[in-house]
Design a protein around this ligand. Structure first.
Ligand code: PAF
Length: 283
């Protein structure tokens, strides 16, 4: 496994594989890897000749009051994990390598970057789309893998690839959950033990709304109220502070009142100081 920190070097390394017509799979990450990331890496390993993983905590996608500084980082642990997964190349650029001068060009995917998480994290998706576009230009993969847990991010990247004609196939991967339903996330590391105990209620609330939907309820307001009831139950200690509960068209992310086509039911909520997101597809 090669660990590369410079853009020029990874370009040189991957050029040889590309000339040999080897299929390159790419998994962009911010590190502090968990089984959710590994599902992406394993799919890439299965589909492709060469697997590239990037580890870069991208300052551009964090707001000034967000957790950029305290975002969990453990390079040695990540490299051990990736070595065991037979990854070929790990790209770990510094912020200076990625942004040697003030970035004046940004990728902003209209409409899809409005509402849901962006209401509470202004500028976040502009930062994500911009860094992913840069990484795509650096790695030039054939296929790139993204988790469905960050559903809005996934739809934004898919649209960016279509609209900007990146010759890259985006493969979505199902959310990987802990034994009790909690969606895997690097930010779960922030949860105190009492907070971790209430975290499964997020998926429980989503699953209950899904059962209601399967039983024939199509009204978005009723489904969302069901989720809210569970999350805001007085018996939860510590409490879960809902940021949003939304039901949107699964492709366009437009708000819908009635679920007649494939839809996403998405949640963002705080448990203590930790912001967690999760979603479920209704179809
Ligand atoms: O999902 C993430 O970890 C990040 O948003 C990504 C796609 C690696 C871009 O920094």
């Amino acid at each position: 496994m090669k660990v590369i920190r410079r853009i020029e070097e990874i370009r040189k390394e991957l050029k040889v594989f590309r000339q040999g017509r080897r299929k390159i799979g790419f998994v962009p990450t911010m590190g502090y890897l968990h089984d959710g990331h590994l599902a992406l890496v394993r799919k890439a390993r299965n589909d492709c000749d060469i697997v590239v993983v990037s580890i870069f905590v991208n300052p551009l996608q964090f707001g000034p009051a967000e957790d950029f500084k305290r975002y969990p980082r453990d390079e040695r642990r990540d490299l051990n994990i990736l070595e065991k997964e037979n990854v070929d190349v790990v790209f770990i650029p510094s912020a200076e390598e990625m942004y040697p001068e003030p970035q004046l060009v940004f990728v902003y995917v209209e409409k899809l970057s409005e509402g849901m998480c962006s209401t509470f994290r202004p500028g976040h998706f502009r930062g994500v789309a911009t860094v992913v576009a840069k990484l795509f230009n650096i790695v030039q993969p054939d296929i790139a893998y993204f988790g469905e847990k960050d559903y809005q991010q996934l739809k934004i990247i898919e649209k960016m690839v279509r609209d900007l004609n990146f010759p890259i196939r985006i493969v979505p991967i199902k959310t990987v959950r802990e034994y009790d339903g909690v969606a895997m996330s690097s930010r779960n590391a922030y949860l105190m033990s009492d907070e971790r105990k209430v975290a499964p209620f997020i998926y429980k609330a989503l699953s209950e709304a899904e059962s209601l939907f399967q039983a024939g309820e199509k009204q978005a307001e009723i489904l969302k109220n069901k989720v809210r009831e569970t999350l805001e139950s007085k018996s939860l200690n510590p409490s879960i502070k809902v940021q949003y509960i939304e039901i949107r068209d699964a492709e366009t992310l437009e708000e819908i009142d009635e679920v007649n086509t494939k839809a996403v039911l998405a949640i963002a909520a705080y448990i203590g100081n930790t912001r967690l997101i999760d979603n479920i597809i209704l179809e």
